[in-house]
Design a protein around this ligand. Sequence first.
Ligand SMILES: NC(=O)c1ccc[n+]([C@@H]2O[C@H](COP(=O)([O-])OP(=O)(O)OC[C@H]3O[C@@H](n4cnc5c(N)ncnc54)[C@H](O)[C@@H]3O)[C@@H](O)[C@H]2O)c1
Length: 260
Amino acid sequence: MDLQLKDKVIIVTGGSKGIGLGIVESLIKEGAIPVIITRNKESIDEVMQTYEESGEELFAVVAELTVPEQCKNAVQTVVDKYGRIDGLVNNAGVNDSVGLENGNYEDFMQSLKRNVVHYYLMAQYALPELKKSKGSIVNIGSKTADTGQGGTSGYAASNGGRNALTREWAVELLPYSIRVNAVIVAECYTPLYEKWISTFADKEEKLEAITKNIPFEKRMTTAEEIGDTVAFLLSSKSSHTTGQLLYVDGGYTHLDRALE
Ligand SMILES: NC(=O)c1ccc[n+]([C@@H]2O[C@H](COP(=O)([O-])OP(=O)(O)OC[C@H]3O[C@@H](n4cnc5c(N)ncnc54)[C@H](O)[C@@H]3O)[C@@H](O)[C@H]2O)c1
């Protein structure tokens, strides 16, 4: 299926690693121009080198997204370069273990800044261009908004916020024909996931306990599977889909717990 994303300029926050990189790779396959906005200069250089060698067009801006001014400047840099923005994928974030018992006011507020405040800022700064292009927004979310995880209040609250903002913006942006959807992830093996799983004494045992509970094929979701769904939601092939939370999780969040 041709998703008709050729030459569309799509911002992907946190796009040089993990799920973000999966999204960037799917967009490249569709001929879009992904723009990575992230803080890791080194990982940007790696990705840029890989794709520039094969003649693909992509662009990147270094920014620490917890700093509002850097979000604003990053969006302006994209507009200066391309004169348009056709899509925004809010993806950067971190499961930072700020819990009820092991956190405080400052930690909690910082977690919201790491995980949901820049979703709002990026949408706000990109909005004038999205209005012109009748672009589309996809927010990446986590199952923790539905299931909880324990010990991670800031991250869970942020993911609840990501879901609510998806619905809220879908409504607010109806007059501009801007669609807003979310892709919810449960278990996808990425650098962030690797860091989290390494906090357990027996990482392999924990990994096995998790994967055996993933109903579809007893395996983790790949970043490519998330990327392909995001590309579809950004494209005109989903032209009447808005305000939806799409769970790309092998049935992990909703299917029968008693499944063997
Ligand atoms: N991996 C999973 O299983 C999983 C599950 C549910 C939800 N998610 C969500 O997916 C998103 C991506 O997760 P991932 O596993 O690919 O993570 P990751 O750590 O592998 O990659 C995220 C990238 O975003 C960058 N980033 C994070 N915060 C940033 C900031 N403040 N400013 C600039 N760059 C920043 C990181 O440096 C990194 O390059 C997160 O929002 C997370 O909530 C992941």
